[in-house]
Design a protein around this ligand. Structure first.
Ligand code: GDP
Length: 444
């Protein structure tokens, strides 16, 4: 039976968590040769998947230092027996030296370790969990055994590691459903007459595409669900793209509000630029919004049919756009002609590619190796005469990719060096086409 061990120093709430997980079942005292203290074992189950759970508590009362060698032996023994470790820590008290000592032992195992930050009784305390990322484990789950918060998330995470679960049909079904649910929300933005409506029409005219209209909340707004080669896209119509008729040309004015609304809602932004004009002031404004909301984006230079098809002409305009919109360097630039339907397939492929990058997760080890490498390329300048240090980094949940960095002086990391870090991290970790966000947090 898959064995899950609760490990942690005393009073962090291991027993409460144990009792919460086993429910009404009875625990038994386990007798392990060579381990003098008792440990409690019980069967447990989550979503129909059985496993065994062990509460290693009961030892290490009193002076922690004195018991350190004993604690080490206990944990090492349990590491041999368990299939998964739930490392329980106290979110109220914060990270302690004993936690760090336990983490040192746990880091040596290949077995999965989940950090359960207990005593987080309400969402406002979730800030407290960040410091526990420093322990070096990817999965950190906040909760409260007493208040029954976060226990389901923890159990979800536990059973995800159980082999039977992985291969079970139900698991596959769940995954299929999740994949099905992946709909990429796309906003097409740009100044009036850049060719947004034409581009959308060209996309919707793509062969083998299935198109359906989804009425929005506001009148006149129609989002379009579009399926192509197994991918689903939802084109957001916050700007009334599909409603526009020929007589409207010239009447549309640039509205920051509408563009902003589209950008906020989207998973990915397609920024259309008129090839004959290049990037204008309005385009700079739009791109600033994209940057502000850290949105993945693709810059589409439209109407290339109106230009001489020569490399140097295209390069010149590409450079002009890149220079003007230098603050979103991650956004790939594509050339299309909406009216001649050129470059449309390429654009759809790029949307999928950029989306996938924006969802990617990297391991903690890989991330920290990348940071080390970047620091050796160029060290941050000193701050108030003191050297700046990055101790440790971890990727947070969600998109766009967001990294938490523990440093000595967060305010010492200035824009210039932050850009340098971002660009290098993107390159080394394969986020070339996705924006990333860095959060600096202090640690002594
Ligand atoms: P929107 O305001 O951004 O939605 O722009 P429209 O799609 O309404 O296009 C504005 C004008 O540019 C129309 O006259 C289109 O026919 C024209 N247009 C759009 N795309 C292209 C293109 O790829 N090539 C050329 N030559 N004209 C285009």
């Amino acid at each position: 039976m898959f064995r899950v061990a609760l490990i942690g120093r005393p009073n962090v709430g291991k027993s409460s968590l144990f009792n919460r997980i086993i429910g009404k079942r009875k625990a038994i005292v386990e007798d392990i040769p060579g381990v003098t203290r008792d440990r409690l074992v019980s069967k447990a189950e989550w979503k129909g998947i059985p496993f065994e759970i062990v509460d290693t508590g009961g030892y290490l009362q009193g002076d922690e230092d004195k018991f350190a060698p004993y604690l080490r032996k206990q944990i090492e023994k349990e590491l041999q027996l368990a299939d998964l470790i739930v490392f329980v820590v106290d979110g109220k008290e914060g990270l302690t030296q004993a936690d760090k000592d336990i983490a040192d032992i746990l880091r040596r195992t290949d077995k999965p370790v989940i950090v359960a930050v207990n005593k987080i009784d309400n969402p406002s305390q979730e800030e407290n969990i960040y410091e526990f990322y420093e322990l070096g484990f990817d999965r950190v789950i906040p909760g409260s055994a007493i208040q029954r918060i976060g226990v389901a998330e923890l159990l979800d995470e536990i059973v995800r590691h159980i082999p039977d679960y992985e291969t079970s049909v139900s698991r596959e079904k769940v995954e299929e459903k999740e994949r099905d649910k992946t709909i990429i929300k796309v906003a097409i933005v740009g100044k009036p007459n850049a060719g947004k409506s034409s581009l959308l029409n060209a996309i919707l005219g793509e062969e083998r595409a299935v198109v359906s209209n989804i009425p929005g909340t506001t009148r006149d707004v129609v989002d379009t669900l579009f399926e192509w080669e197994g991918h689903k896209f939802l084109f957001l119509d916050t700007a009334g793209l599909r409603k526009k008729s020929k007589v409207d040309y010239g009447l549309e004015f640039f509205s920051v509000g509408r563009t902003l609304e589209a950008i906020k809602k989207a998973d990915i932004v397609v920024h259309v630029i008129d090839a004959q004009e290049g990037a204008t002031e309005q385009d700079t404004k739009i791109a600033h919004l994209i940057q502000k909301y850290t949105k993945p984006a693709i810059i589409v230079i439209n109407k290339i049919d109106t230009l001489p098809q020569r490399k140097e002409v295209l390069n010149r305009i590409r450079n002009q756009v890149r220079e003007k919109l230098y603050f979103i360097p991650y956004a790939p630039i594509l050339f299309v002609s909406a009216t001649q339907r050129k470059g449309i397939k390429q654009l759809l492929k790029e949307i999928v590619e950029v989306y996938n990058q924006a969802w990617k997760r990297v391991g903690t080890g890989q991330l920290n190796r990348a940071i080390k490498q970047i620091l050796s390329l160029r060290h941050p300048p000193s701050f108030r005469g003191k050297p700046l240090k990055i101790y440790y980094a971890t990727q947070l949940e969600g998109k766009p990719p967001c990294f938490l960095l523990f440093v000595n002086y967060p305010e010492g990391f200035k824009e210039h060096y932050v850009r340098f870090l971002e660009n290098n991290l993107r390159e080394i970790l394969g986020f070339e086409k996705a924006p990333i966000k860095l959060i600096f947090r202090e640690r002594e």
